[in-house]
Design a protein around this ligand. Structure first.
Ligand SMILES: Cc1cc2nc3c(=O)[nH]c(=O)nc-3n(C[C@H](O)[C@H](O)[C@H](O)COP(=O)(O)OP(=O)(O)OC[C@H]3O[C@@H](n4cnc5c(N)ncnc54)[C@H](O)[C@@H]3O)c2cc1C
Length: 247
């Protein structure tokens, strides 16, 4: 998988601060943009976001090029309805070779890998045979497995990204979208360190696990805190490790 941040709102940290000032100032957004310093806007975003007024961070947009994820992963990704997506078409693109994602646990297991490879080979062969018979790509693709690689352009605002990270940086999410989320988080944090200061899994954002008893155990649950049995959270340590991992 390869993830690049192609484009983002200019001043993606400052713009939400201007939005926050606009709501409580007699000045116009452009006047505020010209007069407010980064120090002022940074401090104001932190305050407003802490109050739970998250709409101001919707003013920052990010466009990611996501290359070589599986169709299984892209199907999970496009469930995030607030984002915008454009995906490589299996109708308009004819594939000479079936590029696939092999799940690491299958890659490591010799017997499982053999079963997997056989299924993929059959699928690729059937696709090619159907194309050779004159069947359109839009129908031949029905032979493709979930493992088939795809490319997708994703544009998303910072508020929606916070929700995406809360769900997909969580260790309970599926491994491929989990890796993707951390790659996106790293790129986003480089460009907007203030907006994404507390971004990450819900246990990072909320300082407790929202999954309750089905959680992974990295962070205390709300009940642990209430009962006074909470252990120290390891969420931030895990997030740092994931962001610096070379997948
Ligand atoms: C661990 C995990 C397991 C999952 N398992 C399954 C599964 O088994 N089956 C399955 O179908 N999905 C599953 N999902 C997908 C999940 O249900 C969501 O569809 C997906 O995570 C997108 O989240 P979202 O709706 O918050 O995001 P978005 O669609 O980006 O929405 C963002 C936010 O906008 C608001 N919103 C958006 N649309 C509406 C609306 N129509 N009405 C009201 N508010 C709205 C909500 O507050 C929402 O949180 C799973 C997700 C995770 C992380």
């Amino acid at each position: 998988m390869k993830v690049d941040l192609i484009s983002h709102t200019v001043d993606c940290d400052k713009m939400p601060g201007i939005a926050a000032y606009t709501s409580c100032s007699k000045k116009s957004p452009i006047e505020l943009y010209k007069t407010k310093t980064r120090e002022q806007t940074d401090a104001f975003i932190r305050r407003v976001v802490a109050y739970g007024h998250h709409s101001v961070i919707e003013h920052s947009y990010f466009s990611f090029s996501i290359e070589g994820i599986s169709r299984a992963c892209s199907h999970e990704l496009v469930r995030h309805r607030i984002a915008s997506f454009t995906q490589q078409s299996q109708r308009y693109v004819k594939f000479d070779k079936l590029d696939i994602v092999v799940p690491p646990k299958i890659k490591k297991n010799k017997e499982a890998k053999k079963i997997f490879d056989e299924a993929i080979e059959k699928s690729a062969l059937a696709y090619q045979k159907l194309l050779d018979m004159g069947i359109a790509a839009e129908d031949a693709r029905y032979c493709f497995p979930n493992a088939a690689k795809t490319n997708i352009l994703m544009t998303i605002n910072a508020r929606s990204m916070m929700n995406f990270f809360a769900l997909r940086c969580c260790r309970r999410s599926q491994w491929e979208i989990h890796e993707l989320a951390y790659k996106m988080l790293k790129l986003a944090k480089e460009k907007a360190p203030v907006v994404f200061e507390n971004a990450g899994a819900s246990c990072v954002q909320k300082e407790h696990c929202t999954e309750g008893e089905i959680g992974c155990g990295l962070a205390p649950t709300f009940n642990d805190i209430k009962k006074g049995t909470a252990k120290e959270s390891k969420s931030k340590e895990y997030a740092d490790r994931m962001m610096n991992q070379d997948f």
